[in-house]
Design a protein around this ligand. Structure first.
Ligand code: BGC
Length: 868
């Protein structure tokens, strides 16, 4: 029987309290003050008229596998009350609550009618998520008693499986919200609007409403959201977040607004005609003024940001800057950002790209700090498809420094006399259709008064092309079959003891054993099979899946347990195990909060004699976007450390996070799980969070979803067509940074197709790029159910991916995996194309390689945690 790590005590633990304290320090640093006309922080305020859906129904993070089952959520109402404020709006809040309860009941009835069984219910919830009804009208009599301050909280929720829509209640404000703000505006001349959102919403109405004097994007800050917000509103802490995604004035201002996901009615094919022009790269190059630009964020104080020097050190650019708090009342932290505008010679270039950033410590009024920002010259290169190389074109590279993308000044120009190749590759993700890509030809980019003068007056540093390193990649060929001369049964213990090599063990495994090892454990009759995607672990209730323990007896190979994130660790908060320690399915929590009411009507299993209750309360940390908005990698590492600590405690080996897809469009249902529209921010954040997790012995991160999973509708069958340059520079770059700098122990491939081939079956990304080019040392797993577990995806344009195709591509593990996947792999070994049921013939050597890579991580994670 597997060891149970969960606690038998339902009491709040010291660990929970400590982690809440840590989150309380982290979260304000990612909250972004967008507007503040002398409203915040509140002074002399005792009573607050707090309206809006999010006051009581505060969203701690999104839904689906990205949700975390924490003990409780401190909503804004409680946060404000605990901070000593009295709310004058409780009657209105009660009314909204009643309306929501009725709406939820009706929704649940509808779901029960259409879906039967746990998996179907989850799928129904995912494709048709519950939304709160519009807010009740605020009537004049509600406002007779005037409060000292007025707060309006707008909340939005989203999650996997469905993209958002540019409609009221989602991307746009509802009529009720607008009307409420107008009503409040008649009584209060200064309203502070709080955005409790996972991503961008339409902000036009708020910007046009004269009484909205402050806007704070509190984002979604985890289970103590209300306390964090109270700290910010009272001025106990100064918010110091900056946006990591452009907030447009109008939805249609985004480059792909009309074609993204469901917007053009086609969710089979997604054409990335925006190419490299994503986020600010688009807004700047085509001079579209955003509501709030990338990198933007205010503070309760003001800062002066000045470049001191720009130098070349070896093959790096080193920028020194001084930041001074020039305010007189509040301390605060400032974010310094360095951008580069590369010469437009042969290849198209965006107006500017972020190349480095840093954040100050807390600066008291009058205090200053010197910051050093450093980046390799090679990071300024662009991918040339014609020559299959990254190149630095000749000309001037302007280095800009400031505190957001539309507030920079040129600090230096780097002059490169000749075109310089920095890496020689092969094209691996060539676009298979003629894409009419957006071009900057004839476009006038953004500029500002004095830009031309700055260009002619800045110091020019001449780069020496010979001093810039260049690498040439050698790609691997077909793997060779592993053989052994060991005539005894090799076990993993022998390998760990250094008695023999892991290859000897793998060489002794049969095809059947390897097929079982390379497929997760959701077999018929197991908890995993009865369970839904995302809660398929047979070992730790609520964890997403396991690797096999079938080889435990014969080879001493233990299983690994995999659990979701990214906003903490997703486990069942409460479960019941029989007297032998086996979890009893159906007792305790479902693992998905939303399922509670829907599944409770079925018959409950018996609670056997001697059964014991267990608890796994995990900390809901802030969503990834909020973490990125801190622009502080130490803070993000600490968030990873919180999760790593809980992984150790609950016996989890691999965290299914960080999520690293790009905010290509604000409607992606999972943007809250991802960091940014910018690949550098994405890569650095994922690396920092991975470091935090992997500090813990036996714990590893799983960066996901590799790659191009930038939307959710029809996620199993969406075929993304993009140019090799855009794929490499925008959508792979973050993964590349994370892999090269921190070596996450694993990586999850995505559901979608990339240029006609399933990401999970794509050798060129999973082996040629990930391993041969970047040197990835971990193993790759699929996303949950991407093979359809035997189902061909009837009625859909593209069939599911294939378990043997995974092996061929170097996608080592299929999760959560069932007997169909095992059978597919077995019949595909040494098969021929056209053989019945064989889509991808594979060799024994290819299967061995996958088994080998999984076992390498088992050794790190489970058998010898100190080496992880
Ligand atoms: C999600 C993954 C998640 C997995 C396991 C899938 O539906 O796309 O991000 O890790 O489920 O829960």
């Amino acid at each position: 029987m597997a060891k149970l790590y969960a606690s038998k005590s339902p009491e709040v633990s010291q660990r929970e309290l400590d982690n809440m304290d840590r989150v309380r320090k982290i979260a304000p640093q990612g909250m972004v003050l967008l507007k503040n006309e002398s409203v915040l922080p509140f002074k002399g305020v005792k009573t607050i008229a707090a309206y809006g859906g999010g006051v009581r129904r505060t969203v701690k993070g999104g839904t689906g596998s990205g949700d975390v089952n924490s003990r409780m959520v401190i909503n804004i109402e409680q946060g404000l009350t605990d901070a000593g404020f009295r709310l004058t709006s409780t009657a209105w809040l009660d009314q909204h609550d009643q309306n929501c309860a009725a709406a939820l009941e009706a929704y649940n009835e509808e779901i029960k009618k259409t879906a039967d069984g746990r998996n179907n219910v989850i799928m129904a919830i995912i494709s048709n998520p519950y939304r709160d009804p519009d807010v009740p009208e605020i009537i004049e009599t509600d406002l007779v008693q005037k409060a000292d301050a007025c707060l309006y909280v707008i909340s939005r929720n989203s999650g996997e499986g469905t993209d958002r829509h540019p409609v009221p209640g989602d991307y746009e404000l509802t009529e009720g919200e607008k009307q409420n703000l107008e009503t409040l505006g008649k009584v209060y001349d200064k309203i502070a609007v709080i955005l409790n959102v996972g991503g961008v919403i339409d902000i036009k109405f708020l910007r046009g409403c004269p009484q909205v004097a402050a806007i704070l994007n509190m984002s979604q800050a985890g289970n103590i959201s209300g306390h964090v917000l109270a700290d910010v509103l009272t001025g106990k802490v100064t918010p110091s977040g900056h946006l990591t995604t452009t907030w447009a004035e109008n939805y249609k201002d985004y480059a792909n607004a009309e074609t993204f996901s469901h917007m053009n009615g086609n969710t089979d094919e997604e054409y990335y005609t925006d190419g490299i022009y994503v986020g600010y790269r688009y807004f700047d190059t085509f001079d579209i003024t955003p509501a709030y630009p990338f990198g933007f964020g205010l503070s309760y104080t003001q800062f002066d940001v000045k470049a001191d020097s720009v130098k070349i050190d070896d093959a790096n650019v080193v920028v020194e800057a001084t930041v001074k708090n020039i305010g007189s009342e509040y301390s605060g932290k400032e974010v310094v950002q360095v951008y580069c505008s590369a010469p437009v010679v042969g290849l198209e270039k965006p107006y500017q790209e972020l190349v480095a950033y840093a954040k100050t410590k807390e600066l008291d009024p009058g205090a200053s700090q010197k910051l050093t920002l450093c980046f390799p010259i090679t990071s300024l290169a662009s991918y040339c498809e014609k020559c299959a190389s990254y190149v630095l074109e000749s000309g001037m590279y302007y280095i800009r420094l400031g505190n957001h993308s539309r507030n920079t000044h040129i600090a230096a120009a780097l002059e490169l006399g000749e075109r310089t190749v920095i890496s020689v590759l092969k094209n691996k993700v060539v676009c298979n259709v003629e894409l009419e890509q957006l071009s900057n030809k004839g476009a006038t980019p953004y500029t500002y008064v004095g830009e031309e003068a700055e260009k002619s007056n800045v110091p020019v540093i001449t780069l020496n092309p010979k001093a810039i390193p260049c690498e040439t990649i050698t790609y691997s060929g077909e793997p060779e079959e592993m053989t052994t001369d060991k005539d005894y049964t090799v076990t993993l213990e022998d390998v760990i003891a250094g008695k023999t090599d892991l290859k000897d063990l793998v060489a002794q495994l049969t095809v059947e054993e390897m097929a079982i090892l390379t497929v997760g454990t959701a077999r018929k009759g197991s908890i995993g099979a009865g369970s839904a995607i995302g809660t398929a672990s047979n070992v730790v209730p609520g964890a997403a899946g396991d690797t096999t323990s079938t080889l435990m007896e014969s080879r001493a190979v233990p299983n690994m347990v995999l659990a979701d994130g990214p906003a903490g660790l997703r486990l069942s908060a409460h479960f019941v195990a029989d007297k032998d320690g086996s979890p009893i399915e159906g007792l305790g929590d479902s693992g998905f909060e939303a399922l509670g009411a829907l599944m409770s009507s079925g018959p409950k299993p018996e609670r056997s004699a001697g059964a014991v209750d267990y608890y796994q309360y995990c900390t809901a940390i802030p969503i990834a976007t909020l973490l990125a908005q801190t622009w502080d990698l130490d803070v993000i590492e600490e968030a990873g450390d919180i999760v790593g600590g809980e992984m150790e405690l609950f016996g989890i080996n691999l965290w299914l996070a960080p999520g690293m897809n790009i905010h290509r469009n604000p409607l992606c249902g999972r943007n809250f799980e991802y960091y940014s529209e910018d690949p550098l921010v994405t890569g650095l954040c994922a690396a920092a969070e991975t470091r935090g997790v992997q500090k813990h012995p036996g714990c590893g991160a799983t960066i996901k979803h590799f790659c191009m999973n930038n939307s959710e509708d029809n996620r199993y069958g969406l075929n993304c067509h993009a140019s090799e340059r855009a794929i490499r520079e925008i959508y792979l770059r973050g993964f590349e940074i994370a892999v090269k700098t921190t070596q996450p122990l694993s990586l999850m491939s995505s559901y979608n197709l990339v240029n006609d081939e399933h990401a999970a079956n794509k050798y060129d990304t999973l082996t040629a790029i990930l391993r041969d080019e970047w040197g990835f040392n971990g193993f790759v797993m699929t996303d949950w159910g991407t093979t359809g577990m035997g189902d061909p995806n009837p009625g859909q344009k593209y069939p599911f991916s294939d378990a043997a195709g995974c092996i061929k591509a170097g996608n080592d593990l299929t999760e959560p995996g069932n007997e169909e996947d095992v059978a597919t792999i077995i019949r595909s070994v040494d098969a021929k194309e056209g053989d019945e049921g064989v889509r991808y013939p594979i060799s024994k050597a290819e299967l061995q390689l996958c088994a080998y890579r999984i076992l390498k991580i088992v050794v790190k994670c489970v058998a010898d945690p100190r080496s992880a």
